[in-house]
Design a protein around this ligand. Sequence first.
Ligand SMILES: NC(=O)c1ccc[n+]([C@@H]2O[C@H](COP(=O)([O-])OP(=O)(O)OC[C@H]3O[C@@H](n4cnc5c(N)ncnc54)[C@H](OP(=O)(O)O)[C@@H]3O)[C@@H](O)[C@H]2O)c1
Length: 258
Amino acid sequence: MAGVKRLGLIGHPVGHSQSPSLFAARFERLGRDDLTYEAFDLPDISSFPAWSQANPDVVGLNVTVPHKSAVMSYLQNLGAEAEQIGAVNTLVRTPEGWVGHNTDAWGFRRSIQPFLKNTHERALVLGTGGSAAAVIWALRNVGIEAAAVSRSGRSSEGKLHAGVPVIGYDELNPALIQHHLLVVHCTPVGMSPNTEGMVAFPTTNLGAGHLVVDLVYSPPETRLLREAHAQGAVVLNGQDMLRLQAERAWEIWSEAGV
Ligand SMILES: NC(=O)c1ccc[n+]([C@@H]2O[C@H](COP(=O)([O-])OP(=O)(O)OC[C@H]3O[C@@H](n4cnc5c(N)ncnc54)[C@H](OP(=O)(O)O)[C@@H]3O)[C@@H](O)[C@H]2O)c1
């Protein structure tokens, strides 16, 4: 169809992504039959420049695992947040080249806002990947101190922003967990189809004062959230964040004239 603008998602794999149906519903609501949103499976990010050249009608992209950091070397420019976080999840094509933004931090912050209390002064962030970097950046921005938890323990220090302490799962103990009333799970463990998977977090140390957020949204209740809920913690899955980061991506594309 003439005049169609293509949007989409790059990553690997992308088959299970909810983004195409989320955006199709949005375009229908807005009466935008000039827009499409597709999932593009790109196993190797080094093919991005050639892929981009072969698809000049793609005007905006979301970026997912495993390319959120690696794609940055192919971009012309970065938004301030993306630069500080060190990962992008939204791209806009401009005449000069691709510009990268990070809307995960924005989506995460907005999603937890209704659940935050004054007692949530310190957070344990499980994982040290792109989503952990966005979450830690967002938490620091609202004055919440965060420490990351990694399978490789303190040797992962320096992988995230300057000054973020990293500890191992074997260092988690009841006193430490009681001292951190916000826990954010930022690994793919427990995602469908491996729904019985869970990181080595001792959920029996959680209690009613804890807020436990899992960025995973499929299944809606991961084993981590189920166990945390059973301990009396308030729990939140990644569904709201997913919706909100997409909303912010749409704002960025709209501001760019899509
Ligand atoms: N709701 C949303 O809108 C939203 C947005 C972004 C991401 N997510 C979800 O968040 C999750 C993480 O995303 P990401 O991009 O940060 O992923 P990632 O970069 O692939 O992995 C994050 C971290 O998880 C840890 N990890 C990986 N495999 C593990 C395992 N088998 N056991 C324990 N830890 C493991 C690793 O940290 P260590 O090696 O240091 O342990 C890794 O750095 C995914 O499920 C993604 O779908 C959701």
